[in-house]
Design a protein around this ligand. Structure first.
Ligand SMILES: [Zn+2]
Length: 548
């Protein structure tokens, strides 16, 4: 074919011309005594676009082609130019070590392709992969959190961010908070539900880290006066961690909060979450019900979602079809169809729930009930042969009934639908490595006795108050917090026919409360907490913190 031959000849000529050009550059390299590099047909990591902007690259006819730790290798066709010198100074000021090579203009142009690739990548997720070999180094270096501070100040911004991310992952933190203050930036990790001050970093390094975070999550770099939300992920130890980023303008600059979500997190069994005795039995029975409505309630951060996921995991997904509608999907569960609310296409909790019902599911999980429409659809679905699980933002099991009634759910739908209401809080568990015992005080004893009396009045057996209680100390293993992991304090209200009848007859709420108190033997959240203090699992302070 003539056309093909022609092209071949042409490209052959170009190759020869290029070869001459490359030889010229090689000679110049010898003359200047700097290394020569040919970047034609070399694949350059598009991540380098983060360290050298397209504008700077074009201005200086330079491209980054390699990065090893803090060392950056720069190739330029014009090593003596003022632009290149300015660029080198700028990179050095960001704590990089720079080595310069000379290359042809064509090499620079070829390397600049990464900027065009970046355009395509814009809407994709950028993954920041920490190789296993690197992780070893990071983990070794992060012996304890206080040493991180020093490392971070000496690192390049991308490495600094990796230290912070891996530090967060290693300490099982759910969130990383950056709070700019007058002179520096306060970094805190939320460990087991409580913020822990980790270290302070300079405003300068924080600015670099924020840019790094913004670039990874596709946020606008030059915008600092409006809130921005985004996400990205990093892989550590072969686990993909999704990071949800929230940036907010504040008095001393942008505050940044990163939520770490381990997509491969496995959920502990219900019995390991703190549910015990009658409560545990009720939960285990409920997940096997053919139909019904299960409400899980509590304030933000009370572990509702975790309980719901653990319950879903207890369902045999070979025999049952499970579909969820969530906002957002926090964790991926095997064998379950998960969907995410998307108001842009009008896929809301209520419209989504109707769509899901057409998919013939056995079990439906609705992330949250926020309006009457969703509440009624969920209740109706449970009356037509589906097991529906959902969460509600209330403080107690009893309050959930009145919330549903006040929302306007008709009692003839609600009463037959409701099976179980779980209200919960999370408390930190004492670190088994360092907890110490102290003699109980008179005040502590009095407080605890009140709860035990109440438990006894319900006809339940109450334990004896011990003479010593366990207290937190702090050691290496628990990041000096004295606590390790969390456990749920719960009240579980199981509906019987009498309770349904009272609801159906629209009896006043106080009468319904009285019935529950007198007849249903329900241990309250606070009482459950006191029992767990007696077991030595947590402390009175923790119980008062979440359920006064
Ligand atoms: Zn400890």
């Amino acid at each position: 074919m003539p056309v093909t031959t022609n092209t071949k000849v042409q490209s052959g000529i170009q190759d020869i011309n290029q070869e001459f050009k490359e030889r010229e550059v090689q000679a110049k390299a010898k003359e200047l005594d700097i290394p020569y590099v040919n970047l034609l047909n070399v694949h350059i990591n598009s991540d380098f676009a983060r360290f050298l902007s397209q504008e700077d690259s074009e201005k200086a006819n330079a491209i980054l082609f390699m990065k090893i730790g803090k060392k950056l290798k720069l190739a330029t066709s014009d090593p003596d130019s003022a632009e290149v010198k300015a660029l080198i100074e700028d990179l050095k000021s960001k704590k990089y070590e720079i080595s310069v090579s000379i290359c042809s203009e064509e090499s620079v142009k070829s390397g600049q392709k990464i900027y065009y690739k970046e355009q395509y990548k814009k809407h994709e997720e950028i993954e920041n992969i920490i190789e296993e070999k690197d992780l070893g180094t990071y983990v070794d270096e992060i012996e304890n959190l206080s040493k991180l501070e020093e490392k971070i100040e000496k690192s390049t911004y991308d490495v600094a961010l990796n230290y912070i991310q891996v530090g967060g992952f290693k300490t099982n933190s759910s969130d990383i908070h950056f709070q700019p203050e007058e002179k520096n930036v306060h970094v805190r990790f939320r460990i087991d539900g409580v913020l822990k001050s980790v270290f302070k970093i300079s405003l300068e390094i924080y600015e670099g880290i924020t840019k790094e975070i913004k670039q990874l999550s596709n946020l606008k770099l030059n915008v600092t006066n409006v809130p921005q939300d985004g996400q990205y992920s990093f892989v550590v130890n072969k686990r993909k961690i999704n990071v949800r980023v929230s940036i907010l303008p504040s008095h001393y600059g942008e505050t940044c909060v990163m939520r770490l979500l381990d997509s491969q997190k496995t959920f502990v069994k219900l019995e390991d979450m703190g549910f015990e005795g009658e409560s545990l039995k009720n939960l285990q029975e409920a997940v096997n019900l053919p139909h019904g409505l299960i409400l899980i309630t509590g304030p933000t951060g009370s572990g509702k979602t975790t309980t719901m996921y653990s319950m879903l995991q207890a369902i045999d997904t070979n025999e049952k079809k499970v579909i969820t509608i969530e906002d957002p999907i926090e964790y991926n569960l095997e064998g379950i169809t998960q969907s995410q609310v998307n108001p842009d296409v009008e896929y809301t909790f209520s419209s989504g729930l109707r769509a899901i019902l057409r998919q013939d599911p056995d079990v439906i999980m609705v992330g949250e009930i926020r309006d009457l429409d969703t509440a009624e659809t969920a209740a109706q679905a449970s009356l037509t042969g589906h097991l529906v699980m959902t969460t509600l933002h209330t403080n107690s099991a009893i309050e959930s009934i009145s919330r549903m009634v006040n929302m306007g759910v008709k009692s003839f739908i609600l009463a037959p639908a409701l099976d179980l209401i779980i209200a919960q809080r999370l408390v930190r568990k004492l670190c088994p490595n360092c907890a110490a015992t102290k003699a109980i005080t008179e005040t502590e004893r009095e407080h605890m006795q009140l709860s035990l009396d109440s438990i006894q009045n319900k006809g339940l057996q109450a334990p004896v108050i011990p003479n010593e209680l366990r207290h937190p100390v702090g050691c290496d293993k628990c990041s000096e917090t004295g606590f390790m992991g969390q456990i749920a304090l719960a009240e579980v209200l199981k509906f019987n026919q009498e309770l349904r009848d009272l609801l159906l007859e629209d009896k006043p709420m106080p009468e319904i409360y009285e019935y529950i108190d007198k007849h249903l033997k329900m241990v309250t959240i606070h009482e459950d907490g006191i029992l767990k203090v007696i077991e030595g699992v947590t402390t009175l302070d923790e119980v008062y913190r979440v359920a006064a």
